[in-house]
Design a protein around this ligand. Sequence first.
Ligand SMILES: Cc1cc2nc3c(=O)[nH]c(=O)nc-3n(C[C@H](O)[C@H](O)[C@H](O)COP(=O)(O)OP(=O)(O)OC[C@H]3O[C@@H](n4cnc5c(N)ncnc54)[C@H](O)[C@@H]3O)c2cc1C
Length: 285
Amino acid sequence: MTTSVDLVVIGGGPAGCAAAVMATSVGMTVTLVDPGFQLGGALWRIPTIQNVLGGHSTGPDLAKAIIADVDRTHATVIQATAQAIHPSDQDVTVDLADGTMIVGRHAVIATGVRPAQPDDVDWLFAAAGTVLTPLWAADPAYADGATWQVLGADRPLGTFLRAHPDLDVRFEVLYPPADEYKTHEVRDDARVTLTRVERHSLDPDVASRSVDPGKAMIFANLGVMPATIQGTQPADDGYCPPDAQHARIHIGGDLRSARGQRIQTAMGSGAEAALSAYYASRRIT
Ligand SMILES: Cc1cc2nc3c(=O)[nH]c(=O)nc-3n(C[C@H](O)[C@H](O)[C@H](O)COP(=O)(O)OP(=O)(O)OC[C@H]3O[C@@H](n4cnc5c(N)ncnc54)[C@H](O)[C@@H]3O)c2cc1C
C-alpha cells in the first residue's frame, strides 16, 4: 500500500506530535508513524517533570494531553516502524517494517534516542548482543528491600530516586570516569553506593536474567544512542544535524544532537521542522 501526503512524520514523541499539530494547523496532510501502542515517546518514562510549561507534573500526564491534541487534528496515525527513507527531487518514500511504503512531499524525522547497551560503550565487556533492562524501565514494585546493580550514572538514576523517596532500595552503581560529573545528583542519597571503574566484565548469567524487568537485578544506565533510520545523514556521533540533511528531510527533537535533549526543545524543534517543510513546499524562503 502506498499513500501520498504532504508530510510524513516519523516518531510520535513530543517532537513528532508537535510537528504533526503544527503541520495540520497550516493545512498540510500528515501521516504520523510510531511503533508504540500509544503516542508520547519517552514521556511515558518520566515520573516527575519540573521544567515544562503548562502545569503537567508527570510525563504520562503530558503524554495524555499531547495525544488529545493530536486526536483533534486530521493527522493519520499509523502504528509501524520506519526502516528507511529515500528522498528524491520530487518526494520522499518511507519503507515500513511490514513491507509497505508511504510517500510524502516532505518528512520530519523525530525518532529520538534509544537506551545505550553494553555493545555501545567501551568500558563494559559482555557477550556480543547482550541486552540489559534500562533503569528507566525498572519497576519500583520489585525494588522494596532489593539491592540492584546499576551500570552507568546517567540521569534516570536521579529521576528514579526523586520519584521514590521512601523506597527501601539499594543501588550499587558502577560508573566510568566520564560519568563522574553526573554522580553529584545522587551522591548524597544514602541508598546509593558509587564505585568508579575503568572497565567492568559482565557475568553472562547475571546479564541473561536482566531481560525481564520483574526479575532483573542489574540495569543499564549507560546513556542514550541516536535512533536514526537509514537514509538520513548522520554526523560522526550518529546524531542527525538538521542542516546536513536532504532538502526534503527535516529533523526534530532529541535526534538532532546530544545537547538540548529536553521536552520543550523537542516540541519547539518538531514544530519548526514542520514549518520548514511547509515553507519549502510553498517555495517560501
Ligand atoms: C527517564 C527520562 C527522564 C527525563 N526527564 C526529563 C525531564 O524531566 N525534563 C525534560 O525536559 N526532559 C526529560 N527527558 C528527556 C525528554 O523525554 C526528551 O528530550 C523528549 O522526549 C524527546 O522527544 P523526541 O520526540 O525527540 O523523542 P522521544 O520522546 O524519544 O520519541 C521518539 C519516538 O520515536 C519513535 N520511534 C523510534 N524509532 C522509530 C522508527 N524507526 N519508526 C517510527 N517511530 C520510531 C519512538 O517509538 C518514540 O515514540 C527525560 C528522558 C528520560 C528517558
